[in-house]
Ligand binder design. Structure first.
Ligand SMILES: Nc1ncnc2c1ncn2[C@@H]1O[C@H](COP(=O)(O)OP(=O)(O)O)[C@@H](O)[C@H]1O
Ligand SMILES: [Mg+2]
Length: 480
């Protein structure tokens, strides 16, 4: 299959902008890409056939995000696999652009809940896999992989192995691997449900920004989820699957809310309540377990009431400024949640709402504070101006803002400056390990390096090769 080229050029750490400003086509006039007619599916079980899906008539059009929503066991994954041509229906048909499927659907690529990466391959190699299967020549493969990696914010992680990556970064590889083939329809099977809440929040936000900006190299998305809020946040159309006695389409809901969507709005909350009632088969309101609307938060977005005193950087050292064990995706997700609440929110309330222990949020809070993206006032977390900008930015902008902040963090600065001083731009990890050993236990040393590696990679300040345990200067360092 001929390989289209991503609309967006590789930008390094430059601000992402203009290039792909074309909006995705709108759903209403979209061409029908996928269609099932009278689809049923049963699995062979010990006591005969187990019916899972019955009478499924479904169309997926160009320009739309369709969510398949249902409880566990309602047949969502089965339907997705039928649409992707990975399993045949028991009866009925599945067609791609009007042609009935006879095997794997050439117009789809899949993102799995469990990432499904090959541990012995690097990020770059994992991303290239999808193209290898389609017989794309080496050089074109590498070029397309670099574009996909860049698009999804994985720049700087090319040579990393999956085990070195946080869950969020691993799932980014899953996205890049699916997007690299530029499928007409991106299929996602609960792609955020193996991630912690904050990381999931961040990835959802980034994907939606890409989709809305027209940079997404696919024409439609089918998202499987059991999370009502996720469906209302992302989908143009929600297909609710009921599971008794087997999976049928209970109702299809046109979402019709403006993007980007405001979760605090009444319309958003009303829709959540409505979908909840449909899912539980209730016609009456309510007693919903869906997240309740929060009291309006104070403060304006991005405004920093009470900016902190500028930190005296000279007094911050590697010894007295440990990095919190927080991933970029984690604290980005927290920043985004606070931004949604007007740039300020009570930490205890937020952790309650997310069902998180407040202790689990503290590393992310510390990270935002350390980076100058937020301050703490009493019980509230307050985004600074730059923190507000970071939360609202697209991937490329957020990388630039993050790089500027991260380079001020002592350990990140130490690594970057040490690399700058080396003519060949590389330093063995052992060097930093020895330095840190003066101040930290060996376990803490590893934690410090792990976080500094994650941050430095995301900022594109430096890369890290696990074999031979070596840091290498990245292009981003030259820009700061
Ligand atoms: N390969 C299979 N063989 C037999 N039963 C299966 C198989 N895959 C799924 N099922 C059954 O089909 C039903 C629907 O499963 P699934 O499509 O995975 O639902 P969901 O994704 O909504 O949780 C479940 O009862 C599950 O146990
Ligand atoms: Mg499933």
């Amino acid at each position: 299959m001929p390989l289209k080229i991503f609309r967006k050029p590789r930008t390094g750490t430059a601000t992402g902008s203009a290039a792909g400003s074309a909006k995705p086509p709108r759903a209403a006039d979209g061409e029908v890409l996928l269609e099932t007619v009278g689809l049923t599916k049963s699995y062979a079980g010990a006591d005969g056939e187990l019916p899972v899906l019955a009478g499924i008539d479904l169309k997926v059009r160009a320009g739309e995000i369709v969510a398949l929503l249902g409880k566990s066991g309602s047949g969502k994954s089965t339907l997705l696999r039928c649409l992707a041509g990975l399993i045949p229906p028991s009866s009925g048909t599945v067609a791609y652009r009007g042609a009935p499927l006879t095997g794997a659907n050439p117009g789809t690529a899949m993102v799995f809940q469990t990432f499904a990466l090959l541990p012995w391959l690097t990020v770059q190699q994992n991303v290239e896999l999808g193209l290898e299967a389609r017989g794309v020549p080496d050089e074109e493969r590498a070029r397309a992989a670099v574009h996909a990696i860049d698009l999804i914010g994985l720049d700087g992680f090319e040579s990393a192995y999956p085990k070195e990556l946080s869950g969020g970064m691993r799932q980014r590889v899953g996205f890049a691997r699916a997007l690299v083939v530029e499928p007409d329809v991106l299929m996602m099977d609960e792609p955020f449900s193996a991630l912690d809440v904050l990381t999931a929040e961040n990835l959802r936000g980034e994907l939606m920004e890409l989709w809305e900006s027209g940079q997404f190299p696919t024409r439609a998305v089918v998202l499987v989820t059991h999370n009502i809020e996720e469906a209302v946040l992302m989908a143009d159309r929600i297909v609710v699957l009921g599971s008794r006695p087997y999976g049928t389409i209970r109702e299809t809901i046109d979402v019709g809310l403006e993007r980007p969507r405001d979760r605090e709005s009444e319309a958003f909350q009303d829709l959540i309540d409505r979908v909840y009632r449909i899912m539980t088969g209730r016609t009456e309101a309510k007693e919903t377990t869906a997240p309740a609307a929060q009291a309006a938060p104070g403060g304006e977005p991005g405004r920093a009431a009470g900016r902190p005193e500028p930190v005296d950087l000279d007094k911050r050292t590697v010894a007295n400024t440990p990095l919190p064990t927080a991933t970029v995706d984690g604290f980005s997700g927290l920043a985004e949640l606070v931004a949604h609440r007007g740039g300020r929110c009570d930490l205890a309330d937020l952790s309650d709402e997310l069902g998180l222990d407040i202790d689990d949020m503290l590393p992310q809070v510390d990270a935002l504070d350390l980076l100058g993206f937020a301050t703490i006032q009493g019980d509230d977390l307050l985004l600074t101006d730059v923190g507000g900008a970071f939360a609202g930015a697209d991937v490329q902008e957020s990388k630039t803002l993050f790089a500027r902040a991260a380079i001020q963090v002592p350990l990140v600065k130490l690594i970057t400056n040490s690399l700058r001083r080396q003519p060949e731009g590389t330093v063995r990890a052992g060097f930093f390990r020895d330095l840190l050993a003066h101040h930290y236990t060996s376990e803490q040393v590893e934690q410090q390096l792990e976080t500094a590696t994650d941050w430095g990679r995301y900022a594109e300040l430096y890369m890290y090769d696990a074999d031979p345990e070596e840091y290498r200067l990245d292009e981003g360092a030259a820009l700061l």
